[in-house]
Design a protein around this ligand. Sequence first.
Ligand code: ADP
Ligand code: MG
Length: 698
Amino acid sequence: MSIEKISDYFGSQVFGDEAMRERLPKDVYFALKQTIRDGKDLDLNIANAVAHAMKQWALEKGATHYTHWFQPMTGITAEKHDSFITPTKDGKMILSFSGKELVKGEPDASSFPSGGLRATFEARGYTAWDPTSYAFVKDETLCIPTAFCSYSGAVLDKKTPLLRSMELLRKQALRIVKLFGHDETVNIIPTVGPEQEYFLIDKCLFEKRKDLKYTGRTLIGARPPKGQELDDHYFGNLRLRVSSYMQDLDKELWKLGIYAKTRHNEVSPAQHELAPVFTTTNIACDHNQITMEIMKKVADKHGLACLLHEKPFAGLNGSGKHNNFSLSTEKGINLLEPGDNPKDNAQFLLFLVAIIKAVDEYQDLLRVSVASCGNDHRLGANEAPPAIVSMFLGDELTSILEDISEGRIAVGVEKTSMVLGVHVLPDFPKDTTDRNRTSPLAFTGNKFEFRMLGSSMSVSDTNTIINTIIAKSLKEFADELEDVEDFDLSMRDLVKRTYKKHKRIVFNGNNYCDQWVQEAKKRGLLNLKSTVDAIPVFANEKNIKLFEDYGILSREEVVSRCDILFEQYEKIMNIEALTLIDMIRKQILPSCQEYMGELATSLNQTKSLIDDINITSSLKTVKSLAILIEKLNINVKELEISVESIKRKKESEKRARAFYEVIYPQMAKVREVSDELELIIPSNKWPIPVYGELLYSV
Ligand code: ADP
Ligand code: MG
């Protein structure tokens, strides 16, 4: 058997640098590289040459179609395939793909969310090629990453603002490194490595649950006898079916040039994680979208269902997406690397306080960027960070900044060795700071890890905001420092002032405890508990000003994004409520009634046969069943009436709020009774697979 080498197929489905260098004329290749590197406009002649080479390459990979692949406000990706076929006069055809078709597409945009930016009669939309993210072949189709806007130029996607924010950050960060004498630096790019959590369950069982199929999560289900309490799943060895899935998944991702790196079992049974090696933010976002798609497709091949919902199972950990981020020069120098001696690393400290200031000033935006119906189940549920945004810096950095801000000489923390006391085991230098798993935004050595994102979400919004708010801090710093006489003195003073002013956002303790909620309140930090609380702050004047001043989004675009968020929220809640009603009415209640009837009949028969035994306990079961069934009937009716009445509310925001305040608790009430019934009804009579089966059958 010949062994396939990873290097033989890594990136084989990507029209990347190597393919371009090989296939493009030299001048075209360099012109394209320049566009990618410096954001220069692209000449149509160049586009024609690139399109031709791209098509030839794609045909060799078996592609028959091409698509502009984009990221509308749904948070997932969109594609409309066109074949390369063009008819000729003699009734035959040729395979063609022009520069024009490469750079611009015109999909009908009418059915994508626009939040009122575009009436449906103005259906025209444009997609524009993003040459900074490589084209790739997937499912016999050449996919061209693109940005998406309306006929009038309004931004309708998640990529455009992200690219704008990256350009902005580049410009402002360059100003700062120049102040430190790094004139050789020509580019600074934000980098992201998103850790993706997911669940795997058996596909056949998945198919039997309407809630999983329609909503991605279980709406009912009693606790199984064994949950995650033994912590035996976290980093546990991989079951055969899971490891063969992961193997296949990695391979598919590698073909697409995605650096899938780390894989392991997570805390909850059936929960896993995949982390790629970090890369440029824009590409990391595209790759994460592809990763989520491939995860589902590969699962299907293995008879599995991959659940990306933030909370598929009540009572067990939900899934997040940890957004690790940093800033890097074009040479790969990490600007958030403190080095051996952070206290004397002035440039690092300046970037650090820029981030502290950004996070403190725009806690609200970071919070909105992770607000979703699914994520509401996680944030603040003592398994994920709370809804309060704060930062963990660790002992060493905190003590340095405290010293500086109090005018003391910063001493830092002395490095020590880890001695394990066994001769054969190596000693190694100990990290100066322990980790903090509870913080929403933790400094982890040479990068920040933002942990509030939900597993199903696009990382674009969050990173657009991270880039923009950091760029704003850096701009203000550069404005202040560029013309000062004594740079060192002014810079130190700036670090001191900034930290003093914004240090309330730093919290190194346990974010899961109630005292923190109290303490955060005292510090004046925001606690936007739910999505409906969070959405409106997006369009605060302060935030609109930020987006407008820095050319990321216009006022209308910000407002429309709020509308879209509300709309999405209410639609998802509505689907969940209707699914629950349907399951209870058509599956749970009939099964329970049938069983109650059977039980009553059989008890009656038993009684008539043997009249000298006491069957009160069994009769009690029938009685409890009858009571619970009645209760479930009442609760589900109540829920139905409420859902109907919400429809009559005119504004989306009001409907969303009603879903949160009225429907959410009513769904919980229905669930409670249903879960109680589940514990009484025999397994073979319960109409849908239960938690134990879903979690332990792979
Ligand atoms: P953890 O121990 O936090 O779970 P993982 O290894 O699972 O760590 O994931 C860490 C992620 O952080 C990886 O995707 C890694 O590539 C990413 N990462 C590391 N350095 C940087 C950086 N400089 N910028 C962005 N992401 C980074
Ligand atoms: Mg991890």
